[in-house]
Write a protein that binds this ligand. Structure first.
Ligand code: NAX
Length: 328
């Protein structure tokens, strides 16, 4: 049996946490031969609810689940962590401006970044899900002194999966037939699901779906607004699909990317594609199972370039709004 891997999850008593923890503990994330320790982090008022989640995990009697530590202490929560999944954050409330939300959540991620740097295992990788996830990741990364920037990620995989599913439905194929789909930029309503480089059964999408007006209009807005549509239909925001996006992201970073394909994850920009260095922006990534690289040479036509630039401009303005939380 392999030695257990330690996974810290913040917001563990929330609805994504509820859907995510069973996926991790059952082996979906790290494989059916990999035992896991779970360090579950919540704020004090949610510790009672977390206790209930822990009871349910106990009652699953998962063969791979080695240990569960529920805590509201960040040092304990990130101790020896190999993966830090930062799901918890404060939701936007009525009357709250986007910049207020950036500030409130930003403060959470300074402390978490510091605690990860101080307590986690060497080589810890951090994936931020809690919104605004790109900028929260930027703050955590910049407050995690000494940790390499290429080990911080923010999630856009749910958006990628949503986009694949929309294209597959339009083309009458299975979503697994859709490859090379990149979400560019911010996990927000400005994100750009790039259909121009996407392939369906190896063919460029624009040769399969001839309705360019649909691709440029309804397709993009459906993906951008999918979260809101789910809230309207379900009365609650996406949880199972979000948890699935977390599982897919971690698997994509820990297993080799299929030949010729790529996946979407927001990473610290090295300046590729003219995206300012240091921003946490979503772009096409390939992994060898251990390290990752930005796929180079993806051609952005005029339409795509304008969409990418708009989303990146939003990221730059978010960075300005939280400048006081980023140590120089
Ligand atoms: P919930 O409100 O159900 O759960 C959030 C949990 O986080 C709560 O239990 C709360 O007590 C906890 N929390 C708050 N502050 C915390 C802190 N400082 N430390 C530890 N825990 C803390 O939200 P849920 O539906 O689970 O969503 C979680 C986050 O994911 C939200 O920010 C949401 O916007 C974001 N999402 C991100 C997505 C993405 O693709 N990147 C998609 C889904 C989701 O919308």
């Amino acid at each position: 049996m392999k030695a257990p891997i330690t996974v810290s999850v913040t917001g563990a008593a929330g609805q994504i946490g509820y859907a995510l923890l069973t996926r991790i503990a059952s082996g979906s994330m790290f494989g059916l031969d990999q035992p896991v320790n779970l360090r579950l982090i919540e704020i004090e008022p949610a510790m009672g609810a977390l206790e209930g989640t822990v009871m349910e995990l106990d009652d699953c009697a998962f063969p791979l689940l080695n240990e569960i530590v529920p805590t509201c202490d960040l040092n304990e929560g990130f101790r020896d962590s190999n993966w830090a999944l930062l799901v918890g954050s404060v939701p936007r409330k009525a009357g709250m401006e986007r910049n207020d939300l950036l500030g409130i959540n930003g403060k959470i991620f300074t402390g978490q970044g510091q605690a990860i740097a101080a307590n986690a295992a060497s080589g810890v990788r951090t994936l931020v899900v809690g919104n605004p996830c790109n900028t929260n990741c930027l703050i955590a990364m910049n407050n995690a002194a000494g940790l390499p920037k290429d080990q911080f990620f923010a999630m856009t995989r749910l958006d990628e999966n949503r986009a694949k599913s929309q294209l597959a439905a339009k083309a009458g194929v299975h979503s697994s037939d859709v490859t090379n789909l990149c979400i560019w930029g911010n996990h927000s309503a400005t994100q750009y699901p790039d259909f121009t480089n996407t392939r369906i059964k190896g063919q460029v999408v624009t040769d399969v779906i001839l309705d360019r007006e649909w691709l440029e209009g309804e397709f993009i807005s459906t993906v951008q607004q999918r979260g809101a549509a789910i809230i309207k239909a379900r009365g609650a925001s996406s949880a199972a699909s979000a948890a699935n996006g977390v599982v897919d992201t971690v698997r994509s970073l820990t297993t080799p990317t299929p030949e010729g394909d790529w996946t979407s994850v927001a990473v610290c920009s090295d300046g590729s594609y003219g995206i300012p260095e240091g921003l946490i922006a979503s772009m096409p990534i390939r992994s060898d199972g251990k390290t990752w690289e930005v796929v180079q040479g993806v051609v952005l036509d005029e339409f795509s370039r304008a969409k990418v630039d708009a989303s990146v401009a939003e990221l730059a303005s978010e960075r300005e709004a939280v400048a006081d939380l980023i140590p120089s």
